[in-house]
Ligand binder design. Structure first.
Ligand code: CA
Length: 423
């Protein structure tokens, strides 16, 4: 077991019970305050540890980092040090914050310098995302879409169970939680018998996803096998892949998603490390037919993370519209990364690979309005008496994710939230 994951650890900093960020989590993010420029922080309870202040004070000197890694306004330079460096950084932070450790606890001046009240901080986009790829790895989601738009008897396309299908997305429009998203304009074809029109999307949707962030990979031409994939994954975030269904429907043949997707995707600000997620591993579904050898993997490579999506109307009424779980994925992250690189495609530190919409098997666990309203045919009643087929202007979509182990350690991702503005 990674010592920083020990369920018996407690911190001298107060962490409310059921909090997403106990000492066993220690997620990384970029924060600023009225007096501090954006820099690297780690969350514990309702506090942020300012790593630049910690390093300046000589408390991180045994590690392979330099001060500019911590004063950077993105996490890329930390991540580019690789897994053993970031793991030892998290372990060192766990040591310093442990109830038994006095180095930081007993120095009022160090505490004043290094510990920030989270309520006084603004969170920023944590990564300069180099490349972004979106997968399509939930069988229930792929089946639902296949049933709606193709043949209910043959909902999955012939390739689906042989490879984790994906497309290359747009990195520049990935934004941090809290950033409003504007309803996009584009080409629509509302009637089969009429020519296309230009106008605001009428079918604006969310997609409940998670995404992982990579360490620097291997040189161009060298695949990453499933057995090594975990060493190339820094951590994960919640990911809302905003989607304009009407733009998507008209444009996607034959080259796939484009303007229906690339106007915005939102992520949660705190990156939960793969190390911290270790206790939440579970086995995946039986894959039948048997996958090709390069997609085979050993052990538990799926993660038990409860997920939910809430819609809040402009008037402030909220409703949870989906409860799903990341363990429902058919293809896991090891397989996604092995497939992504099997042709020699190289990944870089700070690339982002999203899961695709995470739907569960039952009604109530579908991860998009497209599925929840079944293409608009089953409107959803909201608490204020209105109905939703898709997302209305002024609605805020919030996604959360967390899990509790048998030893009662709960870790979570905080939330990703975004308000839809009118076109
Ligand atoms: Ca997607």
């Amino acid at each position: 077991m990674i010592e920083a994951n020990n369920p018996n650890l407690t911190s001298w900093l107060e962490v409310p019970s059921e909090h997403d960020f106990p000492i066993q989590n220690l997620p990384f993010g970029i924060f600023s305050t009225s007096s501090l420029s954006p820099r690297v922080g780690v969350a514990i309870g309702n506090y942020i540890i300012d790593l630049s202040a910690l390093n300046e004070s000589g408390l991180l000197t045994s590690l392979p980092f330099i001060q500019s890694d911590f004063t950077s306004s993105v996490l890329n330079s930390i991540i580019n040090h690789g897994k053993s460096a970031t793991s030892s950084l998290r372990n060192r932070l766990s040591e310093l914050l442990n109830s038994n450790s006095s180095e930081l606890r007993d120095s009022i001046s160090l505490r004043e310098k290094c510990i920030i009240d989270m309520s006084s901080a603004t969170m920023h986009m944590p990564i300069n995302v180099g490349d972004y790829t979106d997968c399509y790895s939930s069988e229930d989601h792929a089946r639902n879409v296949g049933k709606m738009f193709r043949d209910p008897e043959n909902a999955l396309l012939p390739n689906w169970k042989h490879m984790p299908v994906a497309y290359h997305g747009r990195a520049s429009s990935i934004v941090v939680s809290g950033t409003p998203v504007r309803r996009p304009h584009g080409q629509l074809k509302p009637s089969d018998n009429e020519p296309p029109i230009y106008g605001p999307s009428r079918l604006l949707d969310f997609e409940l996803e998670m995404a992982f962030i990579t360490y620097p990979g291997k040189p161009l031409g060298s695949p990453i096998p499933t057995s090594e994939a975990d060493d190339y994954i820094f951590g994960m975030v919640l990911f809302n892949d905003w989607s304009a269904r009407d733009i998507q429907k008209w444009e996607y043949i034959p080259l796939g998603p484009f303007l229906g997707k690339n106007f915005a995707s939102s992520i949660s600000p705190w990156i939960v490390t793969l190390d911290a997620l270790e206790p939440y591993r579970v086995s995946g579904p039986t894959q039948d037919p048997k996958v090709l050898p390069y997609l085979e993997y050993q052990g538990d490579a799926h993660y038990n993370i409860d997920l939910e999506v809430e819609i809040t109307t402009a008037g402030g009424d909220s409703k949870v519209v989906c409860r799903s779980n990341f363990k429902h994925m058919y293809w896991n992250m090891r397989q996604q990364l092995a497939h992504h690189t099997v042709n020699g495609c190289n990944i870089r530190g700070g690339d982002m690979i999203a899961s695709g919409t995470i739907s569960g098997p039952e009604v109530g666990s579908f991860g998009s309005m497209l599925e929840i309203s079944w293409k608009g045919t089953k409107p959803l009643a909201m608490p204020d008496g209105t109905e939703r087929r898709f997302i209305n202007d002024g609605d805020t979509v919030t996604m959360r994710g967390s899990q509790t182990t048998d030893s009662k350690v709960r870790i979570g991702f905080g939330e990703v939230s975004g308000k839809l503005l009118p076109a």
